[in-house]
Design a protein around this ligand. Structure first.
Ligand code: PRP
Ligand code: URA
Length: 209
């Protein structure tokens, strides 16, 4: 069964509230996205497998845990996904990175792909797809479909805010991909924006409006 994990840690909720505020300036918004990404990343990676290795401490040899298997790949849905990507890379500096350029047609709300570049061996890696907003889920559904076509099988999706409509759509299309979000908001407005939401994530991260 698909899962939605709401990361309700007090730090996440506090920072999310600061991001929702209309008056939060661009620099602070960008910093908050990065910080929350790190906290989401902590939850998303909770079940990564470990293996034991031998290490020598300054005092003696011992057995200790390290991450097993191939390094994770973070895939950012451009452009707002790059805000979350920064924080994820703070936490997972050796992760591989993919980019999918997708924008939402403002009239139809359909996803339009304009760029795709991911590691060649993505089929062998756990993949975390990042985009701050899951609204209609058209963008996320298209991104995951494209990644599956490229061979990815172990997929998770991380966002800041999800709308109930988007979650339902996403789960219909990709029941095998768990969602991690900082909050589930009330609904979408007539223009496909999340309410109460935080506005246009890309514009707020990059100060374009
Ligand atoms: C935003 C957001 C998601 C998408 C969510 O991107 O970052 O990608 O909308 O909406 P959906 O769930 O209804 O598809 P946008 O299209 O504004 O592009 P941008 O990141 O380039 O600003
Ligand atoms: N994209 C955004 O950036 N914000 C929304 O509320 C919906 C889609």
């Amino acid at each position: 069964m698909p899962t939605v994990t709401v990361v309700d840690h007090p730090l996440v909720q506090h920072k999310l509230t600061l991001m929702r505020r209309r008056e939060t300036p661009t620099a602070e918004f960008r910093r908050l996205v990065r910080e929350v990404a790190m906290l989401l990343g902590y939850e998303i990676t909770r079940d990564l497998p470990l293996t034991r290795v031998t290490v020598e401490t300054p005092l003696e040899e011992t057995e200790a845990c390290v991450l097993a298997g191939k390094k994770l790949c973070i895939v950012s849905i451009l452009r707002a996904g790059n805000g979350l990507l920064e924080g994820m890379l703070d936490l997972l500096p050796s992760a591989r990175v993919g980019h999918i350029g997708i924008y939402r047609d403002p009239r139809t709300l359909e996803a339009v792909e304009y760029y795709f570049k991911v590691p060649q061996d993505i089929a062998e890696r756990p993949v975390v797809v990042v985009d701050p907003m899951l609204a209609t889920a058209n963008s996320a559904v298209a991104a995951i479909r494209r990644l599956k076509r490229a061979g990815a099988t172990d997929l998770r999706f991380a966002c800041l805010l999800a709308a109930p409509e988007g979650i339902a759509h996403f789960h219909r299309e990709h029941p095998d991909c768990p969602i991690f979000t900082a909050a589930i908001d009330r609904c979408l407005n007539d223009h496909g924006y999340i309410l109460p939401g935080l506005g246009d994530a890309g514009d707020r991260i990059y100060g374009t409006r």
